[in-house]
Design a protein around this ligand. Sequence first.
Ligand SMILES: NC(=O)c1ccc[n+]([C@@H]2O[C@H](COP(=O)([O-])OP(=O)(O)OC[C@H]3O[C@@H](n4cnc5c(N)ncnc54)[C@H](OP(=O)(O)O)[C@@H]3O)[C@@H](O)[C@H]2O)c1
Length: 254
Amino acid sequence: MNITGNTIFIPGATSGIGLALALRLQARGNIIIVGGRRTERLERIAADHPGIDTVRIDTTEPESINHAAEQVIAAHPDLNVLVAMAGIMGVEDWTTPAGFLSHAEATVTTNLLGPIRLIAAFIDHLRAQPDATILTVSSGLAFAPLAATPSYNATKAGIHMLSESLRLQLADTTVKVLELEPPSVATDLMPGQKDSAVAMPLDDFVNEVVTLIETQPEATEIQVENVKFLRYGEARGDYDDVVATLNHLDPHGK
Ligand SMILES: NC(=O)c1ccc[n+]([C@@H]2O[C@H](COP(=O)([O-])OP(=O)(O)OC[C@H]3O[C@@H](n4cnc5c(N)ncnc54)[C@H](OP(=O)(O)O)[C@@H]3O)[C@@H](O)[C@H]2O)c1
């Protein structure tokens, strides 16, 4: 993906990684459309950052996705990048159904079905662009499990394999598939995460991501240095140590 000259829709950019990336990419000469559910944040982002367009979208609702897609494509016919950023994460107790089932269903609907439905809503449009990118967002936890968050880990592993599969299937089209694999980053994704000692500062993370996109425009995965401990445990042969270390650390941390 080129670092500049794109028109980029980021559903899931009212806060955290999505918003920070949106602002950095706008500064690098891209047209940005921010999406999310919190309308007061959308209004503030539009007011504070002239040039950024905003769209209300709930990625758990197929009708909301389709409506937002129509709006975005009508207003920005040159749209060529979809970033499936929206996600949720929470602690679950799988020893009893009351401890996990409704949260697990919500996690699958947001983190896995959401990106699938978003891609369905945009694929025809993206295929008609001369150079397009679907940017998926997995996690270091796609590659090593945090015990406290089983559904989250599973959905992010699903996003990884979806990205790998789509890249093969779309190889002969104009659409590239790029997977962002964040480590623990200091955001409000989980209670306490912003202050976690093991979370990477948001600015540092986004700076490194932008540098990687700029210096490796043909890359298929965006891996900052901090994620490689989780990402490559199995390949290095120290997966058991990675899992042990991960789960000994702050349970909110990654
Ligand atoms: N922070 C980390 O350590 C970390 C690590 C690995 C991966 N990630 C991934 O990075 C992505 C962004 O997370 P973050 O850390 O930046 O957390 P965040 O600040 O909580 O951001 C989550 C974003 O997703 C949006 N969202 C959630 N549910 C949505 C829905 N149903 N419809 C539309 N938008 C929705 C939220 O907007 P509204 O509430 O306004 O809808 C918000 O903009 C997630 O996919 C997360 O899994 C984060």
